[in-house]
Every structure is written in C-alpha cells, then in structure tokens.
Ligand binder design. Structure first.
Ligand code: PMP
Length: 301
C-alpha cells in the first residue's frame, strides 16, 4: 500500500507516510472509535476523476456525527485535498482511504481530539474478476439497534474480518452474511443483488451498508429498464436464484459462481450482472454511453 515515497494527508499537512505516527493511547486503537471511507479515482479521458466523492465524504461526515466525533471539514474541502494528494503521489487510478481517528482518551466517551488521515494507493479490483465462490457465514450482520450500521465505523469491521477469515479458512473466496432476522444482508464488504425470473432483487436498507455502488447500480437499472426491486429475501430464495453479484467501491461489480454447494445456473455473460458490470465501468469513466441505450433497446424488445 505504501513505499518510502508515499505521501499522506495528516492533520492539515501533506507528509511522508513513513513519518506519520499515531498516539498509543488513541481511542481508535483501543476501542475502534474511528470512521473511514473507501473511494476510487479513475483515469478517465477527461483526466483523473474521483467517483462520487461528495457521496463518500458525506457518509464519512455522517459517521463522525453519529459517533459524536468533532469533524469540521466540508465534503468540498475533502475532495480538493484528495485531488491534491493524488497529484502529490503521481496517481491517476487509485483507491483512497480517508480515516478519522480519535485522540488519546481511555474513557468510553468520545475524545475531543480528532485526527484526519487520507491515504491513497494503487489497487486492482479488490475481489478480482473471476466469479466468486461464496460461503454463508456463521456470523450475522450486527443488530441495527446495537450500532449505526450505515456508518463506516472502524470497530464495526471486526464482523467483516471474522466472516472473511471464516470463508477463506474454509476454502471460499468471500462470505455472505444474513441479518438478525435470517434474511440475506450483504457480503463482508459489498452489497448483494440476485437475479430471478428476469428481475433483480437487493435487500432494502436497514441491516446493510447503504452502498454507493449499490445506489449507482440501482440507477443504472432504472435508466436501462432492468427491473429492480429492493426487497428482503431468504437464503432459500437465494439458492433458487438464476444469478447473483456483489457491488462495492473496491469490488466494483463482481459475479458469483456459487453459494455453499449451490451453483448459480445462468451463465454470467447472459446475466444482468454482467451487463451492469460493463455499464459500471463506463459510468465511473464518465463514458455514458452507447451501451446504455443499446441495452435499454434490447430490454424493451
Ligand atoms: N457493505 C459493507 C459492509 C461495506 O463495507 C461496503 C464498502 N463500503 C459496502 C457494502 C459497499 O459500499 P460502497 O458501494 O459504498 O463501497
């Protein structure tokens, strides 16, 4: 993620990553009281473009707010700083990781001291391009009454780490988590869509991260006429689906080969997920797009 020359933004300055240090008494380190984001910049025909920067920074600010963390940067200021950081690192295609940490404070009351770190690095598609073999996790997504599930709080990611470790230790690529009611929720770091009978379904907000990629894919469906419904579904229903895919900033749009011992029967190339994967690639590059109108004509026929 970094080398000798990597530059980060740290509390008002651009510094070398190797010169940064965090306080060992940091509340983020001890209790996971921090907030982060995962954003991508793409090298587009019109120069480097951070995709949906405002949406990501608004989510970061929402996370700080619910955790009672003082954080006064505006989304606009953060976007400008991020473009400068990319330039200082000579990166055009990059993954961007803003992180708000809280200061030295061993009480369980949010510290008054806040640090802002922004890092960026070159990163390929997080889950790769090949179809995923997924395992249903023995861990559930957190109860929305025990935390703010739509805030990207560092401590919440213990649930994602446990489920990913479990899936990988059992020979799978990724984990699928159910919510506390037994409905399908999401992957450890991505949202889920299933295709059944010519229609797409994705779980509604409530127990899941309100993914920015999820929202983009829903918009792409609406623009092209792909039928999409936000609706709870069970594991049994998912194991009856024709096809399935995950969405996330790092994962982008990635298809599933199987879930436990169920193999999705529809060829990935013939699924809506495959079309949306291609449309998403154009969308992030701002190339909108012959493909969208072609697909929309195909669907209307
Ligand atoms: N679910 C979880 C648990 C996540 O951490 C993420 C990544 N932020 C997502 C879904 C996907 O969200 P986004 O599309 O905004 O990256």
């Amino acid at each position: 993620y970094y080398n000798e020359e990597s530059v980060i933004y740290y509390n008002g300055k651009f510094i070398k990553a190797k010169e940064a240090s965090e306080n060992p008494y940091s509340q983020s380190l001890h209790y996971g009281n921090g907030v982060f984001e995962g954003i991508r910049a793409y090298n587009t025909p019109n120069g480097t473009r951070i995709f949906k920067s405002e949406e990501h920074y608004k989510r970061l600010k929402y996370g700080a707010e619910v955790m009672g963390i003082q954080f006064n940067y505006t989304a606009d200021e953060l976007t400008k700083l991020t473009y400068e950081l990319l330039e200082r690192n000579g990166l055009k295609d990059a993954y961007i990781r803003p992180l708000i940490t809280t200061g030295a404070n061993m009480s369980l009351l949010t510290s008054n001291e806040t640090n802002l770190i922004i890092q960026c690095w070159e990163w390929g598609k997080y889950m790769g391009d090949k179809l995923l073999r997924v395992k249903t996790s023995s861990f559930q997504r957190p109860n929305p009454k025990s935390c703010f599930v739509e805030a990207k709080v560092t401590g919440h990611y213990i649930n994602s780490i446990l489920s990913t470790n479990e899936a990988k230790n059992n020979g799978y690529d990724e984990a699928l988590l159910l919510d506390m009611n037994g409905n399908v929720a999401e992957c450890s770091g991505a949202n889920i869509f299933m295709q059944k009978g010519g229609k797409l379904y994705t779980p509604p907000r409530g127990h899941i991260m309100a993914g920015i990629t999820r929202a983009t894919v829903i918009d792409l469906c609406k623009e092209t006429g792909i039928s999409i419904e936000e609706k709870h579904f069970t594991l049994e229903e998912l194991k009856n689906a024709d096809a399935c895919f995950f969405t996330g900033t790092a994962a982008e749009v990635v298809g599933l080969q199987s879930l436990d011992d169920y193999k999705f029967p529809l060829d990935w190339e013939k699924s809506y997920g495959y079309q949306l994967m291609k449309l998403y690639k154009d969308e992030v590059l701002g190339l909108m797009s012959k493909k969208k109108s072609e697909l929309s004509n195909e669907i209307k026929q």
